[in-house]
Design a protein. Sequence first.
Lengths: 588, 336
Amino acid sequence: MEQAALQRRAGVAVDAGGLRRRLAVGVGGLFRGGRPLGLVVLIAALGFLSLYPMGMLFYGSLHSAPPGLSGEYNLDGYAALATSENLIVLANTVGISFVKTSLSLALAILLAWIVARTDTPARGTLEVLITLPFFIPPILTATAWGMLGNAQVGTINLAWRWLTGLEAPIIDVFSYGGVIWHMMQYSTPFIFLFVVDAFRAMDPALEESSRMSRATRSQTFWRITFVLMLPVTTSAFILSFIRGIEAFESPVFFGTPVGIEVLTTKIYALINHQSQPQYQSATALGFAVMVLMFLLVTWQWRLLGGRSFTTVTGKGYSPNVTQLGWKRWITFAICIAFFVATVALPVGQLLLSSFFQFFGFYQLDMLTLEHYRGVWNNREFWSAFANTMLLGVCGASATMVLGAIVAYVTTRTRWQGRRLIDVLAWLPWMMPGMVLGIGFLWGFAMLPSGIPIYGTLWALLLAYIALGTPVAVRVTSSAYAQISNDIEECSRVHGASWWQTLWRILVALAWPAFAVGWVLTFFGIMRELSASILLYSPGSEVLSVVMLKMWTGGKPEEVSVIGLFMLVLVLVFRWVQLRLIKTRISTL
Amino acid sequence: MFKRMLAAAAMILALVAPAVAQTDAEWQKVVEAAKKEGKLVFYTASIGSPFYKEVVRSFEAKYGIRVEALEARASEIRERVRIEQAAGRFIADLHHNGATTTWLMQQDGAFQPHGGIPNARNVMPPYEADEIRVPSDVTSFVILVNRAMVKAADEPKSWKDLNDPKWTGKMLADDTRALGGGAVFFAVTYDAFGKEYHEKLAAQKPVFSRDLRNNERRTARGEYPIYFPFVLAYYTQIKSLPVKVVIPQEGRLYVRFDLAVLKNAPHPNAARLFMNHFLEIESQLVYANAGYSPVVKDVVERTSEDMRPFLATKAMGTTVPQRQNEMLDLAKQLYK
C-alpha cells in the first residue's frame, strides 16, 4: 500500500508530455553534457536579474549624482550613515522585526502543527483561512485597523468603554505594538505556508523511535521534530525577518505619526520628502541593510552546514497525526481566534464599508453599491487586471522554474560556484524594495536601445522574477533538504537524465512546496508596487499601480472592493492548490 | 484727454492686429503639425486625479490626437524623465508636476522652450508663464474641522489660532518636514509669522500623517477635530461628511502645477497644442469646479456656486523653489 503510494508520488511526472520532454532534453543538455556551460548560463541569468541592478545602485551609492549625471566618486553616502539618529533608526528596525518574526514563528509553528499533525476538526478549511491575511493588501488592513484600534474613536475602544465605563483605551494601534501586530498578520501566514508542508513531509519513524526510547512528547518535539524542521524554520525566519526590516506600510501607517522611524521610512523620506532626492544616501543605506542581511544569511549557512535533514526517503510513510481528544477543540479555537483577529475583524470592516459611501460611516442613507459599479466599469482596472494576471502566471511559473534549478544546484550538488549562485539568488531579497526598484529603472533604462526591455512588459516580468526568486529558492531548497539522496541516485542509476531526475523525482516530491512557492510568488507579483510604479508604461499598468492611483485619488472604498476581489481569488487559488496536492499525493 | 487715449489705443491695436493674425496663421500650422504627429505622451505627477483625464478626453475629441498618460509621484516622474533622457530615450513629450519639482528639472536641463502658447496671454497674476513653463492648475491648502467636534465659535479664524492650547494633541497635519502641502504651510507661515509661531505649533504636538486621503476621513470620523493643511480640491468628494472647510483670514496657501515640454520631445507640436488646450476656459473650469484655482482670467466667475466663494478668497502665498531645502531643514529642526 505504502509502496504503491510512493510509486504514485514518484510516478507523478513519469507521464510527462512530449513537449516537456523535448524541452528537458534541450535545456538539460546544458547541465548534463556541459556543466560549466549550464553554470555560466545560470550565473549570467541571475547576474542580469540581481547583480546588474545592484551594480547600478552601488554606483549610485558611490557617486555624488545618479547615473547619467556628472558628479564625483566619494563616500559621502556611507559617511552620512554614521549618526546617532541612524543608530536609533537601526535599533528600532531590528528590534521591531526581531520581535514580530519571533512571535510570528512561534505562532506559525503552533498553527502548522495543529493543521498538519493533529486531528483538529476542519483542518483543511482552517489551513486556507489561516493563510488569508497574507494576501490582503497591507494598506487595506492598515486602514481597517486604524478604524478598529485608534485610541480616540476606534471600534474596539468604543466597545471597551461601553462595556467597562473606563475612559482609557484598551488598545492604540499607533504605537510599537500596532506596528508589530500589523506586521505579524503578514508574517505569521507567510511562515505558516513554509512550515505546514514540512510538517507533513516528515517521516514519523524518527519521532516514533524517540517515543519508543522513552522520550516525552515535549522532548521528541524539541529534539527530533524541531531539529528536523531547522532548514525550513530558519529559512522562513530569515526571509520573514528580512521582510520585517524592509516593511514599509506598517511603520509608515502606525509608526510615523508617533515618531517611530525605521530604515524604510528613512529611505522613503530621503527619496520622496526632499526637493532634491538623496539617491546617494538612500542607496548607501540600502547597502548597509544588505550587509546586515548577508550576515544573517551567512549565519544560517553555518547553522545548517554539513547536517542532514532528510525526512523523505525511498520508504513509504504516512504522517503521524496526534489524537488530541477533547483538546482538539482548544486547538480549533486557537485557529479560529487567529482567523477572527487577522481576517474577520479587518476584512469584516472592509466588507461592511464597501457597501457604504464612506469608510466608517454606517448610515442607512449612505448605503450604496456605487463602489462595486465603479470598479466594474473601470476600464483601467480591467486592463491592469489582465496585465497582472499575465505577468503573475508567467512570472510565478518562470520564477519557480528558476528557483527549482537554483535550489537543486545549491542543495543537491557539490558543483563549484554553487555558493555564488545562492548568493546571487538571495541578493534581491536583501535590498529594500523601494531602492531595488530604482536599480531596475536605472539598469533597464541604460540597456542599449536594441534590447527592447525598458518601457515594455518585459521590464516588469524580469523585475518580478528577480524579486520572487529568493522565495522560490528558499521554498524549494527547504523541501529538497528533506528528500533523501537515495531516490535521486536510484533515478540516475536507472538512466534518467539530470532534468528528468529534477522534474520526475525532486519536483514531483517537492510539489506541495512548489505549489506554495508559486502562490507566494504570484501574489507577491500582484502586490508589488516599488518596482512597478517605476517600470510601467502607458498601456502596461498593473493592479498595484491602479490601486495606488485610486487610493491617492480618494477612492479607498473602491480599493477595498478590489482587495475583497483579490481575497476571493486567493480562496479559489488555494482551493485549487490544495485539491491538486490532494489529488497528486495520496498520503495527504 | 479721452480722445487722445482712444487714439493711442487705436494705434496700439493697429500695430498688434497683424501680429495676432500672423500668430493665428502660425498657430494653425502648429495644430496641423500636431494632428500629423497624432500622439502625445504625457507624464504627470497628478496621480489618481480624474480632472486631467477630463481635459485629456476633450483634447482627444477636439483634435483626434491620442494621449498616453503616465502617472506617478513627483519624485518618481522626475527620476524617470532624468534617466530616460540620460539614456537617450526621448519617450515623453509633456511634463506636468509641482512648481518646485518643475523648477528643479529646469535647472537640470530637462525641458525645451515650448515655442509660444496663444492662451498663455490669458494667464493672470500671481501666476505667470515663461518660455519653458506654463501654469496649469493651482492647489489650495486650508483647514478642515470636524463639525461635530468644533463649534462655530471655536473654529480657527487665523492660521495663528492653531496655537490655541485647547488644540494641543488634537490636530492631525500633513508633515511639515516633507515635500508637499505640509512644506508649503511651513514655508509660507514661517515667512509670515516667524520662527516663534512654529516653535509654539511644535509644542502643540500635531500628529503628522502623509496619508492625505485617509487624513480627511480620520478627521470626519472624529479621531481629530482639526486637520491642516487640507487640500481644498478634496472637499467636493467629502462634503457630505461632518466636516467643514475653514479659510483663515490671512488666506489660502497654494502650490502651482506647471506644464513644460520635455527635451527632444517626439511630438512637440502635440505637446504645445495640449498646453494651449489646458489653458482654455472649459479645461480650467473642470479644475475650478473641483476646487483648484484657475490660472487664467474669466473662469472664477463661471465656477459653480458651491466653489466660487472659496476660490474668491485671497491667496496667502506659496513656496519659493530656491529656498525649499532651507525650509525643509528648518522644519526638521523645529519638528522632531
